[in-house]
Ligand binder design. Structure first.
Ligand SMILES: [Zn+2]
Length: 235
């Protein structure tokens, strides 16, 4: 292998790592936001069930009040019945009492329904709270992992930049120029292996003359199709 190729491969390795580190750093805010969104969704889900139970309790309390009002009215109607001597008024009160009793009965039916629902909701709240605790624990762990990632990325990036500078040292300016231009344009690699006369960057077969030049290992050869620098692969 050409010594120049070896040097370029080291340089490229550091450039690729720097690029991937920077991309990982750039993705961090979105990752943090995703954890926060998960945390909020878990809290909202739990709140929703808690609110259903609360609404149920409020409705039951209101119904109890309503039923009491109706029962008080029935008591008053009965007292009036005892006092009246007019048949018409007596019958009107019978009618009122029947109506109020039907109302009380309807209220009691609804109270029963609500009590049954409250039992199931109480279980659901417990489950939702357990689920919330689990979700929050997972989110905290993910946050911690992210913090560690931030530290690791920052620490390693400094090292990579130093290593990159060392790898570029002693390389011909023209070579660096070509390498950097291709790396920037292609985004992934500037120097790739030629395998069975196929460029491993663009996966196109190169002309025989190009393949021969690469095999000769006398100078840097670029892929006629994608411009990436080609090197002979001994594997
Ligand atoms: Zn190519």
């Amino acid at each position: 292998m050409l010594p120049l190729v070896e040097k370029l491969l080291v340089l490229q390795d550091r450039d690729q790592k720097i690029k991937s580190h920077k991309a990982a750093e750039k993705a961090l805010p979105a990752e943090r936001a995703a954890v926060e969104a998960k945390r909020k969704a878990a809290r909202d889900a739990c709140d929703k069930v808690r609110e259903s139970l609360k609404a149920n309790e409020l409705e039951r309390r209101k119904l109890q009040g309503d039923a009491q009002t109706k029962r008080d009215a029935i008591g008053r109607y009965r007292a009036q019945q005892n006092l009246t001597r007019k048949n018409e008024e007596f019958q009107a009160l019978v009618h009122e009492i029947t109506r109020a009793e039907a109302d009380v009965s309807a209220i009691e039916d609804r109270e029963l329904e609500l009590m049954e629902a409250a039992e199931s909701l109480t279980v659901q709240v417990k489950e939702a709270e357990a689920e919330l605790a689990r979700a929050l624990k997972t989110c905290d762990e993910q946050d911690k992992a992210l913090e560690e990632k931030v530290r690791n990325l920052a620490g390693r990036l400094d090292g990579l930049v130093t290593e990159r500078a060392a790898a570029a040292q002693g390389l011909d300016e023209d070579v660096i120029y070509i390498y950097e231009r291709v790396f920037k344009n292609k985004g992934d690699a500037a120097i790739v292996a030629l395998e069975h006369e196929i460029c491993q960057g663009c996966h196109m077969k190169v002309p025989g003359v190009t393949a021969s030049e690469v095999k000769a290992e006398r100078s840097l050869v670029q892929c006629p199709n994608c411009s990436r620098i080609l090197y002979r692969n001994y594997l």
